[in-house]
Design a binder for this molecule. Structure first.
Ligand code: ARG
Length: 458
């Protein structure tokens, strides 16, 4: 039986019913709905609607239901209840009879769904934070294991200056630590209980909302009942966090896809995370990474979709808001999955050290060193840049790296160049020169690894 039949004399159209029902996706709020209901039953004791004994009976039945739901969450889907709130109430009434009909006193599905969703978000944030941490750990440990692997660093996808694989890993670690702090910020604003806001104007029973919030583990309560039932900022914020997090993962995936190409050949992905072609026997495709890159799209879509759903909505609750869940669930599931898969891929990666180093040596990645060398000998940088540009053109013409030009040849570009130039053109010198905080010099990277390990407590 629906929760609201009294005012209606006609049967609901089946097409409308399936259009309107949300159980097929909001069944995922079952645990939160039950936990919220137990807390609400306690509040009803404080205002004399339930006796202690009645509350104990309700709590007992709700806890049994909680166990059932935990054991078989998908079993809920067999019901034709309108939504998870109706389902829980129906099951409660089945278990305890008429007493179950008292539970909804003073409560609305509007404050109920807002509460359930916030409770669900808090759990999901904890899962996301732990996946972020796990991926960061893999990044930092991979950095540590590959401190001495030199590879080209790129800008515009052109070889720019040499870096190390460790430095690359730590760059993604930085992105993920910002993702982590974004989630923590979201959690701070979200951790506010709407329960007791009623349908929109506040419940008519003098419950202590702070106490109720405390029972549910919320830090505090909302301050305005209209806002309480209409606020979905936390959904937007979480979707934004996921959208940014997925953009980071898509860039991570893209870098590795490129490193894994025959053309770059810097890494080899494990058989465990690649797949073959049905036609071309030689192929080993980076599907895991391509899917991470591809799934970024649907997460951005969920964010924009929700923004558009909320745009221009009048206060307070409107059924439009039921559209918040499917996109949020999918986006957060996707983000979580992608983090696990990214960790799996990285954990099993094989670096081709000599190929990385060879590529770093090519492409005139040490041209800046030569310019800096000239600067040290009194030539203004702009002029030094021009001189080195000429030297590079000549080296390209001879199909040689800069360091293979003879001293006499180099001196035709600038007489200040001496024999000591060759030592600064080496890869190790290129790296060592970048000895500033955050730079690629080996001692800086080692320190960055120590700091990151400390932050991650590994
Ligand atoms: N299924 C609804 C949702 O997800 C629950 C709230 C329904 N409230 C209402 N007044 N019909 O938003």
């Amino acid at each position: 039986m629906a929760l609201w039949g009294g005012r209606f004399s006609q049967m609901v159209d089946q097409k409308f019913k399936s259009f309107n029902d949300s159980l097929r996706f909001d069944y995922r709020l079952a645990e939160q709905d039950i936990i919220g209901s137990v807390a609400w039953s306690r509040a009803l004791v404080t205002v004399g609607i339930l006796s202690e004994l009645e509350q104990q009976q309700l709590a007992h039945a709700l806890n049994l239901l909680l166990e059932e739901v935990r054991a078989a969450p998908e079993a809920i889907l067999a019901s034709d209840a309108e939504d998870i709130h109706s389902w829980v109430e129906q099951r409660l009434i089945e278990k305890v009879g008429n007493l179950g009909k008292k539970l909804h006193t003073g409560r609305s599905r509007n404050d109920q769904v807002a509460t359930d969703l916030k409770l669900w978000c808090k759990i999901q944030i904890a899962n996301l934070l732990s996946a972020l941490r796990q991926l960061q750990q893999v990044l930092v440990l991979t950095a540590q294991a590959n401190k001495d692997v030199i590879m080209p660093g790129y800008t515009h996808l052109q070889r720019a200056q040499p870096v190390t694989f460790a430095h690359w890993c730590l760059a993604y670690n930085e992105m993920l630590s910002r993702d982590e702090s974004r989630l923590q910020d979201t959690l701070k604003r979200l951790d506010v209980s709407p329960l007791g806001a009623g349908a929109l104007a506040g419940t008519a029973y003098a419950i202590d909302r702070e106490q109720l919030a405390g029972w549910l583990g919320f830090a505090t309560t909302t301050r305005n009942s209209l806002d309480s039932v209409s606020d979905r900022d936390h959904v937007l914020e979480l979707l934004s966090d996921a959208a940014i997090g997925m953009i980071h993962l898509s860039r991570f995936a893209e870098d590795l896809i490129f490193f894994n190409t025959g053309e770059a050949g810097f890494i080899e992905l494990s058989d465990r995370v690649t797949s073959g072609s049905s036609l071309m026997p030689q192929k080993k495709n980076p599907d895991a990474l391509e899917l991470i890159r591809g799934k970024c799209g649907r997460v951005q879509g969920a964010l924009i979709g929700m923004m558009m759903t909320l745009k221009g909505l009048p206060l307070a609750y409107n059924k439009d808001m039921q559209e918040d869940k499917a996109g949020l669930f999918d986006a957060l599931d996707t983000w979580l999955d992608c983090m696990h898969i990214a960790a799996l891929v990285l954990d099993d990666i094989q670096l081709k050290r000599s190929r990385c180093c060879e590529a770093a040596q090519q492409g005139y990645a040490n041209a800046t060193e030569l310019a800096d060398y000239l600067v040290a000998r009194g030539i203004p940088f702009r002029e030094a840049h021009h001189i080195v540009g000429k030297a590079v053109v000549e080296a390209i013409r001879q199909k040689l790296p800069l360091e293979a030009l003879t001293l006499a040849q180099l001196q035709t570009f600038s007489p200040v160049i001496g024999d000591d130039v060759y030592s600064i053109l080496t890869l190790t010198s290129c790296l060592a020169q970048r000895n500033v905080k955050g730079g690629v010099a080996p001692n800086q990277v080692s320190q960055a690894i120590i700091d990151a390990k400390q932050r991650l407590m590994i």
